[in-house]
Design a protein. Sequence first.
Lengths: 311, 310
Amino acid sequence: MTSTDVRTRPARRTVSPLPAARRARPAVQRGPNLTLGAGPLARTLALAALAVLAVIWLLPMFWAAFTALKSEQDASDPLHWIWPQGGFTLDAFRTVIERGDLPLWMLNSFFIAAAVTVVTVAVSAMAGYAFSRTLFRGRRWLFTVTMASILVPPQLLIVPWFQQMLTLDLVDTYAAVILPQTVAPAMVFILKKHFDTIPRELEEAARIDGASHARIFRSVMLPLSRPMLAAVSIFVFIGAWNNFLWPFVSTSDPALMTLPVGITAVKDAYGVQYAQTMASSVLAALPLVLVFVFFQRHIVKSVATTGLGGQ
Amino acid sequence: MSTPLASPGRPRADRTPRGLGAAVRRALPPGLLFALPFLVLFALFMLWPMVQGVWMSLTDTSLAAHEPSFIGLDNYTEAFGDADMWRAMWNTVWFTVVSTVPLVAVALAMALLVHTGLPGQWVWRLAFFAPYLLPVGVIGLLWGWLYQPDLGLYNHLLQAVGLDGYAWLSDESIALYAIVIATLWWTVGFNFLLFLAALQTVPDHLYEAAALDGAGAWRRLWHVTLPQLRRITGVITVLQILASLKVFDQVYLLTKGGPNGSTRPVVEYLYDMGFTGYRLGYASAISYVFFAFIVLASAVQFVALRRREK
């Protein structure tokens, strides 16, 4: 996949890779539609199909919020399963928030995801630069090993990771949750390919002036890579925020749990309280969904550029 | 394609570096220095665990405290004769087959529909992609509630139109498919965005040319859009297969692998063996059997993709 950084290459309208959100808009105004017939029948059918799909996809989320606004009694009333007899209430939300662990897990998730993102992006960008722009002995060999390891599913490493954390005496610490997640060979690959697309002329002037690699990296490469770095950061952050298996295995102390791990632990502990369960689900879902509502364009672009792992 | 610039010159010779950091900097080429932080993490949390995993798979390492002893290939022999492991392997493969098809096809259909430029772009994208942003813990709680046999939404809806409800997650014959549906809902948005991005790279002039030749909407779809998407469809399918093979989270949260082991995938089996059964050595051996399988599957797909591109 090529870079989307418009500043580094002339924007060619038709082939410019993926400014997804930007190019979807003009399609609305673009006279007779080119992918769909201009006929009203085709438009109506397509719209109907979309509407049906959207309803199917939105219904579960709507139902979660709807249940969360009922009292416990109404939530588990099989006869009046739609409209609550006792009206709507915020009790479930109140109970869940007062219990206090949900905000804590949210903070944990945020802290862990932010730490994973900062370390991963910094380390991968530097490695990407090294593989793209420098020469040292063993470079090709190291790059090949890094690429090959993209194939290794992290799920299969949980056993040795756990053993390792026992050895290092790190079980039930933030470090144990964070460190294994910071190794992201695919991000190194994506950033290396991205740096490859930046024309060398841009750094040559700096080089003639005697700038070191550190200087060129900081003042030439990084500023030119902002969109790419943002895309990679968003992608890594979402992945870490939602990661389940490793945080689940490496923490048993509720004070260290992340959101996905914690809320499932609650379900087992409190039994069937459907309104409360859905209230905590809604609260747990809210941060990223809100971020998406406000930054849709960036997230769409991030997935589009990073999601293929640089294929 | 890169012919990296060698930089044997020492542009920072004007400074006089002191201390340990400077000593390291002088000893190592600058390129290696840049790669070093990654390489250290990589060695610590990728290479070491992989080597340690091989070693553990040759021992009877256990979470219950006793000194592990070397037992050769016993774990592997046991794994190959372990009916439960083969069952988990089969569940994984079957889940991959029945989940990959809709996850690619529905995503493509969604992308094609949204790409027509109908009004409400923002809403469609939100509806299809937002579930992907939900933590899997929420998926477990939400779908557990939707599938609840007596109170859940889906059985209520089925009964409202006069059909029988299902014991979605506790009926051996349908539990896996119920999980596939939840997975489709949860992750299809990711593939949808990839397809949508790919659609935007199809050059307009191809459509214009086809339209000039009098091709209708259907013919443009079959003869312009879909052929242009062939490569990306191949890539998305491969990535989806690899992702589906690693399934664990939502299965564990919805059914814990039950009823009766009918939904338990390999990753859960190795989790169960290692962390519930305390047999870390045996779990490592299963990891490597499965890893070999994934490498094989990737190689096959890689060759297939290559051939199609020729």
